[in-house]
Design a protein around this ligand. Structure first.
Ligand code: PMP
Ligand code: GLU
Length: 397
């Protein structure tokens, strides 16, 4: 009999990390796995950031830092928010955490009481739902489809608002759909939210620098919402720094203080050396890393073209991040002669075990008809993976 808490029993293993684990296991068994499951840039951290970290080691950044982060880093993040996003924050409003994942967990734990509802436009990033669950909130999904470019409207969100709604949480550019909300779409959502002053908004902008429209808009700049928006960002994606574990928020001061209080009891701040490296990253001109975005765009076009050649697959044209989220409903209910593919989860397991391509099912992202493909991989691997997928899908009847 399991002795873990009820809280843990309610939680799922992160689907992205689970798929990464399964593909690693197969690789260890000598299988030629192409893993397009984990969302992390395949680039190395830029040299100028690495140099800053080496200097931080030599300068003895080996002690605990202030819980919300080193003051100079928080000042630099405040400047970055102004420079890139037009957001006004003081250093007191910034909290640096062990990845944007922890930033989001801090905010949810700070704001949610048991039973509070959190609206998640679907598809949403897998961890949102489980973090809300951990904070004893209730997720309320607003569905969308490939035909709507996986975006939801202000009216669709409003339909889900109840007296219990406490938070709206979304990412733009979106993981997993790659969709980018335009300024006018966000203004419409903001206008609707003006009627509901008790709802807070988590705007997850971690893919800000991987935006092919080059028009990123931060909902937190809208004056009427300024006191209710928590802007989440970090260096994992834009600067290829997933392993450094640094994310941050800009938030109303009382929320920043609450997040700091939680973090002070859980991690005592993130790694000092990683914070110094992040300071250099956020101080840099974003053009220093735009070459990665250009490469991602080239790969998006390549994968999209190849996927569109596969019978029954429907894709949107993602405007950011490094994912495609094709609708595979055409294949659900088909069989390989042995078992029936009932869900996108079954389809992912079929592809993993039969042709060693690791994707992630759409189900934990709130859209069971789709699968997520991360194209943060070499062109060679991408072409080989799509060819294997095409061949394997053609065997389903
Ligand atoms: N938000 C989104 C939408 C993500 O895809 C991720 C995945 N890395 C995160 C937050 C968390 O990023 P990290 O913890 O690496 O900063
Ligand atoms: N966020 C990435 C993804 O969606 C990394 C994995 C994770 O943090 O869950 O794949």
């Amino acid at each position: 009999m399991t002795k873990v808490s009820d809280r843990l029993n309610r939680l799922s293993e992160s689907a992205t990390l689970a798929m990464a684990r399964m593909s690693r296991d197969l690789k260890d068994q000598g299988k030629d796995v192409i893993a397009l499951s984990l969302g992390e840039p395949d680039f190395d951290t830029p040299d100028f950031v690495k140099e800053a970290a080496k200097k931080a080691v030599d300068d003895n950044y080996s002690h605990y830092t202030p819980v919300p982060g080193i003051l100079d880093l928080r000042k630099s993040i405040a400047k970055k928010f102004k420079r890139d996003n037009g957001l006004d924050f003081t250093a007191e409003q910034i909290v640096v955490s062990t990845g944007a994942k922890q930033s989001i967990a801090n905010v949810c734990l700070s704001l949610l009481n048991p039973g509070d509802e959190v609206i998640l436009p679907a598809p949403y990033w897998v961890s949102y739902a489980d973090i809300v669950c951990l904070a004893e909130g209730i997720t309320v999904e607003v569905s969308s489809s490939v035909e709507d470019d996986f975006k939801v409207t202000a009216a669709e969100i409003e339909n889900k608002i109840t007296e219990k709604t406490k938070l709206l949480m979304f990412s733009s550019p979106c993981n997993p759909s790659g969709s980018v909300y335009t300024k006018s779409e966000l203004l419409e959502i903001a206008k609707m939210l003006e009627k509901y002053p008790n709802i807070y908004i988590i705007a997850d902008e971690i893919y800000e620098h991987i935006n092919f429209t080059n028009q990123h808009f931060s909902i937190g700049t809208i004056p009427e919402l300024k006191d209710r928006v928590i802007t989440v960002n970090g260096v994992s994606k834009g600067f290829a720094m997933t392993g450094w574990r640094v994310g941050f928020i800009g938030a109303p001061i009382w929320i920043a203080k609450a997040c700091s209080k939680i973090q002070g009891q859980v991690t005592s701040a993130t790694c000092a050396v990683a914070q110094k490296a992040t300071e250099t990253a956020v101080n840099a001109d974003p053009n220093e890393v735009s070459f990665m975005k250009d490469i991602f765009l080239k790969r998006r076009n390549l994968v999209l073209e190849k996927l569109n050649e596969i019978e029954g697959i429907k894709c949107n044209v993602p405007q950011g991040a490094f994912y495609l989220f094709p609708d595979v409903s055409y294949y659900l209910g088909k069989t390989d002669g042995e078992s029936i593919i009932n869900s996108s989860d079954d389809l992912c397991m079929y592809l993993l075990n039969s042709c060693y391509v690791a994707l992630v099912a759409g189900t934990p992202f709130g859209n069971p008809e789709c699968v997520r493909i991360s194209y943060a991989a070499s062109e060679e691997d991408l072409l080989e993976a799509i060819s294997r997928i095409k061949n394997q899908l053609s065997k389903l009847k």
